[in-house]
Design a protein around this ligand. Structure first.
Ligand code: LLP
Length: 429
């Protein structure tokens, strides 16, 4: 692992595709009859999209950019769902254009406005309706979506909205809801309630709507993974059982959208120690990754396991090389904010300058949420596939940081496109 830093530099995201495939398999075993739509937002790198698609999963996308990536990774339109949340006009323009070439793609709308805006663009393809069940769950209040007014049409209005869409000639195929992200076993009751509301709605829709009835009931993703060493893994079988109980008797397929579960524990972030100092009550350790590289600790207070790979692989203790021992350490990055902290006072092997640390469970929402704040180039990422390692995103350069500024490079790299110009030439609506 440390050798990868010699080859690709630091900080470096590393993702093991075999582990992603195993995680996919685990979901398949627990949900043998469900259609698995991988939530691309968790990790959108092409190697992951291709691997999960090859393993049999479809791709659930949160933006036109993700749909573009998914189609480019080789998924046919029939395996792509676009979940539109307050979709910008340029997303709808792009998607409706793409739909002309991929008529089997599915759009999930979460507001009547979205359906109107699609109809205005001539869309009468496959439509799924996202509903708001009033039930949320998840690892942090910032990721509990199920009851947030932003997401979905209130469930009590769903039949009416779907009948109206069907009456306008739109191909109504599914209903959808997502309770939140990082749901743990102790939130099973919320999950049970949530899926049973979806089951009731599916029955109502199938009864009320003329036509063939629903093709699928999509209960979203959100399966949690243990981040802390002491945490129990999610009882996926129990989640599956609760879901089957609620949806089982319905004449429609079950769809699920796991993101984190497939990729979180397949990824680590490697980062090099550059500063070690005694800071009164703790040892302050500085590394070259920061909240711009992995924002989860700063944003959600998330715990990520950390290992010192250099100390772990040091030759066994001897008179010449005594063991390092451990000490409480506060590990932070190079960003000028006090929230730029990966852990506080955590007991770890004493760090030395040049050590390589591995921040674990970084495969989901790691690189995807990375930014260039403080004008920091984003890191490189690689995938491991069997014995092979390959670059999946090159490290950004300082020039990449200023590339979009027309006056930063003279006429050079700056494009002549204006802000108003969209990806295709439709009017903004
Ligand atoms: N489906 C929909 C409609 C979603 O909005 C999401 C996640 C998923 C599926 C996948 O959820 P998962 O299985 O990955 O939990 N940045 C946060 C997570 C935000 C999740 C947003 N939506 C984090 O780092 O914890």
């Amino acid at each position: 692992m440390q050798a990868l830093v010699d080859d690709y530099g630091s900080p470096l995201y590393v993702l093991d595709l075999d582990r992603v495939r195993e995680n996919h398999r685990r979901v398949e075993v627990a949900f043998p009859d469900a259609e698995i739509m991988y939530a691309v937002k968790a990790n959108a790198v092409r190697g992951v999209l291709a691997a999960v698609h090859e393993a049999g999963a479809g791709l659930e996308c949160a933006s036109a950019g993700e749909v573009k990536r998914s189609l480019e990774a080789g998924a046919p339109g029939a395996d792509v769902h676009y979940t539109a949340v307050n979709p910008p006009a340029r997303d709808l323009d792009w998607i409706v254009d793409a739909w002309a070439d991929h008529p089997d793609l599915t759009i999930t709308a979460g507001a009547e406005d979205t359906i109107d805006r699609l109809a205005d663009r001539g869309y009468d393809g496959r439509l799924c309706l996202r509903v708001n069940t009033g039930i949320g769950a998840g690892h942090h209040e910032k990721v509990e979506t199920g009851a947030e007014p932003k997401f979905g049409v209130p469930i009590e209005r769903a039949v009416e909205v779907l009948s109206d869409a069907a009456g306008r000639g739109i191909d109504v195929v599914g209903i959808h809801a997502h309770v939140g992200s990082g749901v743990s076993s102790d939130q099973l009751e919320a999950h049970r309630k949530f899926v049973s509301r979806m089951g009731d709605l599916a029955r109502d829709v199938n009864r009320e709507l003329d036509g063939d009835g629903l093709e699928f009931v999509d209960v979203g993703g959100g399966f949690g993974v243990p981040y802390h060493e002491d945490e129990e893994p999610l009882d996926l079988e129990a989640v599956a059982e609760a879901t089957r109980e609620a949806i089982g008797g319905i004449d429609a397929a079950l769809t699920i959208e796991p993101g984190r579960y497939l990729v979180a524990d397949a990824g680590v972030l490697l980062t090099e120690v550059n500063t070690v100092k005694d800071a009164r009550e703790t040892t302050a350790v500085g590394v070259d990754a920061g909240m711009t590289t992995l924002i989860r600790p700063a944003m959600y207070g998330s715990y990520h396991p950390i290992r010192n790979l250099t100390a772990d692989t040091a030759p066994a203790e001897s008179a010449a090389a005594p063991a390092r021992g451990t000490t409480p350490q506060t590990i932070s990055g190079p960003i000028c904010e006090s929230s730029d902290v990966f852990c506080a006072d955590r007991e770890l092997p004493k760090s030395e300058r040049g050590d390589v640390l591995a921040i674990g469970n970084a495969g989901a929402y790691g690189y995807e949420m990375a930014t260039q704040y403080n004008s920091r180039p984003r890191p490189a990422s690689i995938v491991l596939d069997g014995d092979a390692a390959r670059l999946s995103r090159r490290r950004e350069t300082f020039d990449d940081v200023t590339r979009l500024e027309p006056d930063a490079h003279g006429a050079g790299d700056a494009t002549a496109r204006t802000n108003r110009e969209s990806d295709n030439d439709h009017e903004e609506r």
